[in-house]
Design a protein around this ligand. Structure first.
Ligand code: FAD
Ligand code: SF4
Ligand code: SF4
Length: 393
């Protein structure tokens, strides 16, 4: 917590800038409470320089023993989840800047057929843990495996996908080896001190925060699917494969998968991997408007997405929300119906190959990002499009 000197003149400037409500006035003097995060925002505001930050408790760590950028390759239905290749592509950039190796970590059963593709995304090395115990994701088994691999090889950086699995695994590993973890990064780079700059939206998406973990290694981050671009660098299997064997931990049998229930919403039309997305906004007006979107998406073999306004109105569940505080998508075709094109929506879909917008307002900002725009009532236009799609199927 900060310290406030006795020369405080009670001007209240610090109270006004504290983003955490950690400062208040008592008897015309500023007092700080335990909500202080040491963000430092109040320090330069004080006209009499009476606010001081505590001396740094942690000495700068010797990070030189930690080398290598790792990407955890999530296995889903016996294959590699595409976000893994996005992590590798970003990881390649980071590894080149640091002058370190890029390594993929593959934990699964019989994953060798995927090694050539992993190599093509620039991996120098593949750490492979293979066997029936790794066929299905299991928190205890996978976190133990990652922890042991990290302790053995000491990477400087580990990237995980921001998926259900990545969000379960990465915090377990971080807590066990006492390192930091930044969730849902939208940008990653390396600064002059060789620290990983982990950029992510903060304060409900109103600012972008750059987060550093300078005193501990490895630096760990989860990255949302579709945020980083996949870049194939070479053909063939150039990566060195290191087959690892790690005895299962005593906890290995603690969690067992007894049965699986695949939710309709998460089944065929996974939003973050769909090649065609038909999205609707407030302009679709009601659930029957969304029924049209569903019909069109079924005709095109796609998934249905939504703006935040549509989600807030209950037309679609929250996990269908595209945008800054929802899912980031990169489909071949994105059709935005009755969506105005607020910047928070655009950042989640602007990387789509082709964007088509249907909006009755010719001034709607969505028309600035679309390739094809139709000005008109979506409720009248969509049935005609659906009819054409059915005819041409
Ligand atoms: P509106 O802005 O109300 O637009 C409705 C559109 O429908 C209008 O352009 C109108 O012309 C058109 N329309 C109306 N009737 C018809 C019709 N019959 N036919 C055709 N067009 C019609 N938003 C997101 O989408 N995703 C996010 O992740 C997200 N995160 C946010 C995070 C923060 C921190 C904040 C502050 C906001 C966030 N928002 C997000 C909200 C965002 O700012 C907008 O409010 C939201 O995207 C608007 O949704 P909309 O376009 O459906 O609704
Ligand atoms: Fe508030 Fe940050 Fe100052 Fe702490 S350091 S009192 S959180 S402004
Ligand atoms: Fe006191 Fe400085 Fe805060 Fe003003 S800015 S209330 S002088 S601590």
């Amino acid at each position: 917590m900060i310290t406030i000197g006795s020369n405080c003149i009670g001007c209240t400037k610090c109270v006004r800038v504290c983003p955490f409500g950690a400062l208040s006035m008592v008897d015309k003097k500023a007092v700080v409470n335990s909500a202080c995060t040491l963000c430092g925002a109040c320090v330069p505001e004080c006209p009499v320089k009476c606010i001081s930050m505590p001396a740094k408790a942690t000495p700068a760590a010797d990070n030189s023993a930690y080398r290598g950028v790792w990407a955890f390759m999530e296995v889903i239905n016996g294959g590699i989840r595409p976000v893994g290749y996005e992590l590798l592509s970003k990881g390649r950039e980071l590894a080149d800047t640091l002058g370190e190796e890029l390594c993929a970590v593959v934990i699964g059963d019989n994953m060798t057929p995927f090694f050539a593709e992993i190599s093509s995304y620039g991996a120098d090395k593949i750490y492979s843990l293979n066997g029936p115990s790794y066929k299905e994701y299991n928190t205890d088994i996978f976190s133990h495996a990652m922890i042991e691999l990290i302790k053995k090889h000491k990477p400087s950086t580990v990237l995980y996908p921001s998926t259900y699995v990545g969000r379960d695994l990465a915090p377990r590993v971080a807590a066990e080896i006492h390192v930091g973890l930044t969730a849902d990064c939208t940008g990653l780079s390396v600064n002059a001190e060789r620290n990983l700059v982990q950029t992510r939206p903060a304060f409900g998406g109103n600012i972008m925060a750059d987060i550093l973990t300078p005193n501990h290694r490895p630096q760990m981050a989860t990255v949302r699917p579709n945020v980083m671009k996949k870049v194939v660098l070479r053909a063939g299997s150039n990566a060195v494969v290191v087959n690892e064997v790690i005895p299962l931990s005593a906890n290995a049998g603690r969690v067992k998968i007894l049965s699986k229930h695949i939710d309709d919403v998460h089944s065929l039309d996974k939003l973050d991997e769909a090649e065609v997305i038909i999205s609707g906004g407030r302009g679709m007006k009601n659930s029957s408007g969304f029924a049209l979107l569903k019909e069109l998406s079924e005709g095109l073999g796609g998934a249905v997405g939504a703006s935040r306004a549509a989600v807030d109105l209950g037309f679609m569940p929250k996990d269908r929300q595209v945008g800054q505080s929802g899912v980031t998508v990169r489909p071949k075709l994105y059709v935005a119906c009755g969506i105005s094109g607020a910047v928070q929506h655009i950042v989640g879909m602007e990387a789509s190959d082709t964007i088509i917008a249907v909006n009755k307002d010719p001034q709607a900002p969505i028309f600035n990002v679309c390739k094809f725009g139709i000005v008109g009532d979506a409720h009248q236009i969509l049935p005609r499009v659906i009819e054409e799609v059915k005819k041409n199927k």
